[in-house]
Design a protein around this ligand. Sequence first.
Ligand SMILES: Cc1cc2nc3c(=O)[nH]c(=O)nc-3n(C[C@H](O)[C@H](O)[C@H](O)COP(=O)(O)OP(=O)(O)OC[C@H]3O[C@@H](n4cnc5c(N)ncnc54)[C@H](O)[C@@H]3O)c2cc1C
Length: 405
Amino acid sequence: MTGGEPLIGIVGSGIAGLRAAKALLRCKVDARIVIFGDEVHRTYNRPGLTKRRYPLSDTPEMAIAEDLKVNGVEHKALTWRLDTRVESADLRNKVLGLSTGESFAYHALVIAAGVRPRTSVEGTNECTFHTHRTLRSLDDAQHIHNELQTSKKITIAGAGFVACELASLAKEYGCEVVMLEAMRNGPFENILGKRIAIALRRWITQNGVTFLTGDSAKELLCRRSDASNLEFSSNRSLFIEAIGSVPNVEWLQGNGLDLSDGVRVDEYMRVPECEDVFAAGDIARYPDPWTTESLTRMEFWKNAIDTGDLAGRSVASSLGHDSKTSRIGYFPSIATEVFGLRVQIAGNPKISDSMELVCGDLDQLDCGVLVKFLRAEVMVGVAYLDKGARFNSVYIELLKSLKAH
Ligand SMILES: Cc1cc2nc3c(=O)[nH]c(=O)nc-3n(C[C@H](O)[C@H](O)[C@H](O)COP(=O)(O)OP(=O)(O)OC[C@H]3O[C@@H](n4cnc5c(N)ncnc54)[C@H](O)[C@@H]3O)c2cc1C
């Protein structure tokens, strides 16, 4: 590496990478910034991939890409290297190996490579009965929206946020939908517990989806074992796996980092084992501001924004700039919509030991249900499910006391 202005590499052109770059530019660091992204697209609104149906058109791909554009940044200090995968990293010598065969020497590195969908079976996308898909990228979504427009039947493995949104979307496209949840009783059980999961399953079933659990679900999980015989190609239905995600850490192996669940960082997004290396977004596992004794990794848009900003400011501070760095103080909140039912979750219900119904009736979700989650009798989370906004003022009050916690 020659002298001159420092070179900052950002791996990942998603929202966390973009926000880290923006924060660096705001801090007016005298550095060159290079963002590497293995997708061909600039940063886009990933949550939007499942949020709405697109009308039939000759070029649905263009319509989706246009709709989900995120305000980027053009700056002479910033270079975008899209369609370029970082394949290896030598963190001791500060060099990245790129898919183009080049290497890239940096002074500081931000890891914002996100996650990818977990799959039960690696391999072909086709079997005798199905076209198999997962959904993470704009390209995946373009395929899926296209296929939903012409599919009659779709099977979705999983019952998390992406699976539920996909089920709603597929119904809007007019498909017959089967959901398979082999491990639990219904949606979001790992976050909201069994009673709400069962209530949500009932809601989804009432909206025309066949929702199978346990052995009935297991029986329909496709292992793609019969990929050799593709003669029924015209009859194949869509099978989407939405069964969780895996952090994109493989390119970091061999550097002595703790990669057991993403990349471990401290409360300033610094990788403790390595000076001048930072991580942000879905891939970063940081000290949970809510529990002090554990680490957390969040896969939410707002978390990627906040940690991306913080990583950028921490890089600036490591280069000697006064960047007003403050430790992560993220307040977790997420919202989704399942067949018109808005589900809002705030705080960290996962760490609760009990649940209290504040308003409503779990048998009538569409009339509104507000629940609080407690740990040692202290509120640690809230969930509000409603078709309208009946209990909004109570929800806001609960949020205020949760934030004051
Ligand atoms: C369908 C869907 C719906 C969602 N809905 C919501 C929602 O409603 N609300 C919400 O809060 N969150 C939602 N999320 C989650 C949210 O999108 C993520 O939390 C957020 O996008 C994470 O941003 P990130 O920048 O950390 O990672 P990503 O957005 O995954 O960006 C990482 C980028 O790095 C690239 N990359 C990976 N490895 C390499 C490499 N080695 N070299 C170069 N590039 C690499 C990846 O291809 C990707 O482009 C949703 C996600 C999906 C998939």
